[in-house]
Design a protein around this ligand. Structure first.
Ligand code: G6Q
Length: 537
């Protein structure tokens, strides 16, 4: 079914024809209660949607489209454990991992909650034993440096969250991440580690990922060279759904924390994959994180679409992506703790909705997932905001901020907030030529100093960055992505697009490493690169 042939889509296209000439200035002037009407709050997250190029009539039409695409039914299907990931024949149940109300959720007729709770309990017990020193390294020392070895979904989430929640870290704990197959990455990290106090978490759902297996092998060699081969059992644990492969690597069964095939990599940070987070921030904070996720899950599941934050955020994105033809979305956190949040969302969004066939396998002739990018403010202001303010592209921006700082530097936090507000005002209302004339600006410079305004932004706020608000914020985006996937009628939970490159790399590797000059099966253009590599060793 093509979304673009639906009556509600056609309605929106018609509405866009007349709406596209409206400016934010006009929209605010024509409706004095616009700010109130377009701010919504749930699960500790407050969103001001008012500086966007839409109004209640457009929202109504977008919601009609969501209903026509059966968003509510499909959302309920996800929450009830149906196999909505059709191309992999899997349920999609990251919401079960943080189901703090513990209501049963069935997959193939079996309630998954007991196994989730059992693994969580094991993770909590393990964490306690690391923190109280009951679990020791081979030489009897406490393990205080966690090295998570994983990539993609087994890295980005834990990395982003541990960085974001560093004010909540358990005393003495350090956490490092190795993901890239580039040998520089593991070398840089191991250089800073003491084998006697380091715990390696091998985070891989499949336990076959080339990068992770290569880095895990290097870590094992490094450790055993210093502490002997019997050190592995006290310095390595696995987070995986492939118990057999983890055992073959040399990790004992008791040291493997499993998760399940209905947890997608990029949605896995609240599964065993999040052990680095748990070890770093402790059980109480980790439970708060889960609660934040759960609160937003519940809101998404139960709130009417008109009040539903992830739904509104998702529909707004569809409006820009498909009608205004905006190709990207900037994620601009005004909190340095969220430095890795844009990169995390890049995977979450682009791997989920970067698709060009429908759920029925037909080619798509409309735009799907946008490009996600961004950096923390205010850094971005001195780098790429120029293009957002005065460039030729429309770039809808998500501005994220927290009212209360995590560190006691209120004055500087106010500076941050002044910038946060000012940027959105400048984008929305710009600065026109007549104002500049009145101010006596050199007429020759007026075109350069004019800001067109009318550039959309959404303010996403919470009182403070806490484990709970972070959980809600992440879930907000997860469900936004879900909403958009339903509208675009794509399977948001597979990632076939990463396979071809992997396959080709495995064909190229033997040529690079064994110096076999057998280039017959290699693409001509790649042969040039191979030759460059081989002749410059
Ligand atoms: C995410 C993807 C992908 C995956 C990595 C790592 O949704 O599935 O990013 O997480 O390829 O996979 P493993 O955890 O199996 O090593």
């Amino acid at each position: 079914m093509k979304t673009t042939s639906l009556p509600t889509w056609k309605e929106l296209a018609k509405a866009y024809e007349s709406f596209q000439t409206k400016t934010l200035k006009e929209l605010f002037l024509s409706n004095p209660s616009r700010s109130n009407e377009l701010t919504k709050e749930a699960a500790g997250i407050y969103i001001d949607f008012s500086r966007n190029l839409w109004d209640s009539s457009i929202i109504e039409k977008l919601i009609a489209l969501a209903k026509e695409m059966k968003l509510e039914e499909k959302r309920d299907a996800m929450f009830s454990g149906e196999k909505i990931n059709k191309t992999e024949d899997r349920a999609v149940l990251h919401v079960a991992l943080r189901n703090r109300s513990n209501t049963p959720i069935y997959v193939d007729g079996k309630d998954v909650m007991p196994q989730i709770n059992e693994v969580l309990d094991r993770l909590f017990r393990f964490t306690k034993s690391i923190h109280n020193g009951e679990w020791k390294g081979k030489t009897g020392k406490k393990l205080t440096t966690i090295v998570n070895i994983g990539i993609g979904g087994s890295d980005l989430g834990p990395h982003m969250v541990t960085y974001a929640l560093q004010e909540y870290k358990q005393e003495g704990m350090e956490c490092k991440f190795v993901s890239n197959v580039d040998p520089n990455h593991i070398t840089m990290v191991l250089r800073e580690c003491d084998p006697e106090t380091t715990l390696f978490l091998i985070a891989s759902k499949t336990f076959t990922t080339q990068e992770t297996m290569a880095n895990a092998a290097i870590a094992k060699t490094w450790l055993t060279a210093k502490l002997g081969s019997d050190a592995v059992s006290s310095h390595f644990v696995a987070l995986s759904s492939n118990i057999e492969k983890a055992c073959t690597f040399g990790i004992t069964k008791e040291n493997i924390f499993p998760f399940w095939n209905w947890v997608g990599g990029r949605y896995s940070l609240t599964s065993a994959i999040g052990l680095s987070i748990l070890l770093y921030i402790g059980e109480t904070n980790f439970k708060e994180l889960l609660t934040g996720f759960h609160e937003m899950d519940q809101h998404f599941k139960t709130a009417p679409l008109e009040e539903n934050l992830p739904v509104l955020l998702g529909l707004l994105g569809v409006w820009y992506n498909n009608f205004y033809q905006a190709t990207s979305v900037a994620i601009l956190p005004y909190d340095q703790h969220l430095a890795y949040f844009p990169a995390y969302l890049q995977q979450g969004d682009m791997e989920s909705n970067g698709k060009s066939v429908t759920q029925e396998g037909e080619a798509i002739d409309y735009q799907t997932g946008p490009i996600i990018w961004g950096e923390p403010g205010t850094n971005g202001q001195h780098a790429f905001y120029q293009l957002i303010h005065q460039g030729t592209k429309m770039i809808p921006c998500d501005f994220i901020a927290f009212a209360k700082p995590c560190v006691p530097l209120e004055e500087q936090h106010a500076m941050l907030w002044a910038n946060f507000i000012a940027q959105q005002e400048a984008l929305a209302f710009g600065r026109n030529a007549s104002y500049l004339q009145e101010k006596g600006v050199d007429p020759a410079l007026i075109p350069y100093k004019t800001f067109s305004g009318n550039r959309p932004s959404t303010a996403i706020l919470a009182k403070q960055l806490t484990p709970r608000s972070l959980g809600s914020l992440i879930a907000l985006y997860e469900h936004k992505i879900f909403t958009q996937g339903i509208i675009w009628n794509v399977c948001s939970f597979d990632q076939w697009g990463v396979e071809l490159g992997k396959e080709l790399a495995s064909k190229i590797l033997p040529v690079l490493s064994s110096n076999v000059k057998e280039l017959n099966n290699i693409e001509k253009s790649s042969a040039t690169l191979i030759n460059y590599f081989l002749t410059n060793q």
